[in-house]
Structures are given as structure tokens and as C-alpha cells.
Design a protein around this ligand. Structure first.
Ligand code: SF4
Length: 176
């Protein structure tokens, strides 16, 4: 029932809100955040918590600081773990919890990664726009979305609250 409701939210309410957002442009972020929150609540209220073996952690490229010239988009494990940005900690979280970890530079790549990895559940970090559209695209796959923080504006040196990422992983039933 919760998954059916999630379908209504993601396949009916979300497109309607995005249509409304085309006219109420200053409300679009709020609508997207509303959809992400509602989705997360419904996933948490559903039966998929705990015992999920194959979790995919999907990250946006903008979490890497722009001063770092190491290419991590094709292989995040190229990161030298210097700690100047959150990528180091996110790799550690993925290793500790035996997750599949990828950077998605756009919706098409995210879809390809999901097709290749075939996870049972996804924890995704991104801006509200990419998260809401990605969650809707991935339905019925259970996805918990964690919006990133953008103290320097969109797509630049963004951050994510690690406790929220860990909590989402723990909900799905990681080995930690
Ligand atoms: S942790 Fe260091 S090496 Fe890794 S992506 Fe961030 S800045 Fe680059």
C-alpha cells in the first residue's frame, strides 16, 4: 500500500507540482523538497527497511572540491583521501557498509549505473531538482534522497550531512 501511495506521489503528484512550478518558479525548489520528503517518509513507512543486502550510494560530482584535479567521475576510488572534501568520508562509509558507490554526473548516467549495479535500494545525494526527478525515474525502486548543501551556490563545492547518509544506509539494513 505504501509503495502504491509512493507511485501516486511520484507519477501523479510530482508531475502536477512540476507543471505548477513552471508558473510559480520561486516555489519549484519547495515543491521538489516536498516530494523528496514525502517519498522518504513513505519508503521509511514501507516494509523495505532492514535486511537489504545490495545498497547503491549515488553521489553528485559537485561534492568534490573544485581545487582537486583528480578524476573521480569514472572511478571514485581514484580519490587520494586527503580529506579536503567529503568524498573521503563517503568512501569510508561505503567501505564500512559494503555498498556500491558511484558518482552520477546526470540522469542518464544515474540510470545506467542503476541498470548495471541492480541494487535493492538506493541512497542518493543530489540537489532537489536531480533528486526528485531521479527518485521518480527509479520508482518502484526504494530510494532515500538526501539533499546536498550548497553554501557556494549550485554545483560548486557542495556538502552533505554524513549523519543523514549513514542513517539512510542503516535504515535499509547495512552490515554496520
Ligand atoms: S578527498 Fe581529497 S583527493 Fe579525494 S576528491 Fe576530495 S579533495 Fe580530491
Amino acid at each position: 500500500m505504501k509503495n502504491f501511495l509512493r507511485g501516486i506521489v511520484l507519477k501523479v503528484l510530482y508531475p502536477l507540482l512540476m507543471f505548477a512550478g513552471a508558473f510559480l518558479k520561486d516555489r519549484k525548489d519547495t515543491f521538489q523538497l516536498f516530494i523528496i520528503d514525502l517519498n522518504n517518509r513513505l519508503v521509511r513507512a514501507g516494509a523495505r527497511g532492514g535486511g537489504v543486502k545490495k545498497i547503491l550510494l549515488l553521489l553528485p560530482h559537485c561534492l568534490q572540491i573544485n581545487e582537486c584535479d583528480i578524476r573521480i567521475t569514472h572511478n571514485i576510488y581514484n580519490c587520494k583521501r586527503c580529506g579536503r572534501c567529503g568524498i573521503k568520508d563517503l568512501i569510508q562509509i561505503a567501505e564500512e557498509n559494503d555498498l556500491s558507490l558511484f558518482i552520477a554526473t546526470g540522469g542518464n548516467l544515474a540510470r545506467r549505473i542503476v541498470d548495471d549495479v541492480r541494487p535493492e535500494a538506493i541512497v542518493a545525494v543530489a540537489c532537489e531538482r536531480d533528486l526528485s526527478s531521479g527518485i521518480a525515474d527509479s520508482y518502484p525502486m526504494p530510494v532515500i534522497g538526501v539533499p546536498n548543501e550548497r553554501p557556494f551556490g549550485p554545483c560548486l563545492n557542495t556538502r552533505v550531512e554524513l549523519t543523514k547518509v549513514k542513517e539512510a544506509i542503516q535504515f535499509f539494513g547495512s552490515s554496520s
